[in-house]
Design a protein. Structure first.
Length: 190
């Protein structure tokens, strides 16, 4: 296992973030700019691991605290739902919380093999056949083998530039006169 060396500022930031401080609060506590913490989170592998582990430990701590209060929570919910003085809105929210908890799908249970025979029955994953090496760009390989012949478009008259005199004879530039009009109007006017 690789040991990472942290500066005193990084340790201060890790501790602050692990205890639920915001980035701004952790930066102020460590005496660094908040962008520095962002750079550590993005670029420093050891800091990333340490922060992920600290956040995971914090989540486990909260889960353990919540599990300790589960019996009390259900007792309170039962008392609220049975008390006629409780407002209907509160009773409805309590009922919905219980229904939501009950209807949430449980993750599948992982079964461990009970005997050596059961262990032998577990299929071992078959390695996939190696894929042939693609020696050229995949975007190029997606191109059709024989491209369709290119059809050249020929104009009957030379192209009219935006700043050329309008062919309708108005004396204005083409962009001010007939640029947005259909091409048939040019030939009819000329």
């Amino acid at each position: 296992m690789t040991e990472f060396q942290f500066t005193a500022q990084q340790i201060t930031v890790l501790d602050a973030l692990a205890f639920g401080a915001s980035i701004n609060q952790a930066a102020a506590e460590a005496g660094v700019h908040r962008n520095t913490i962002g750079n550590w989170r993005r670029d420093t592998l050891g800091f990333q691991f340490a922060l992920a582990n600290a956040q995971y430990d914090r989540a486990l701590l909260f889960r353990e605290k919540a599990e300790e209060m589960t019996d009390l929570a259900f007792t309170t919910l039962r008392a609220l739902m049975e008390d006629p003085k409780t407002s209907p809105a509160v009773r409805l929210k309590a009922a919905l919380a219980v229904v939501n908890l009950v209807t949430t799908q449980m993750p599948p249970q992982k079964k461990l093999p009970l005997t050596i025979e059961d262990t032998l029955k577990i299929p071992t994953p078959v390695p996939a056949a190696p894929k042939p090496q693609n020696l050229h760009n995949s975007a190029q390989s997606a191109q059709p083998k024989s491209p369709a012949p290119v059809q050249t478009i020929r104009r009957e008259q030379p192209k009219i530039g935006r700043n050329d005199a309008c062919p309708c004879g108005s004396g204005l530039k083409h962009k001010r006169c007939c640029l947005d009009k259909p091409v048939a109007s040019h030939s009819a006017a000329a």
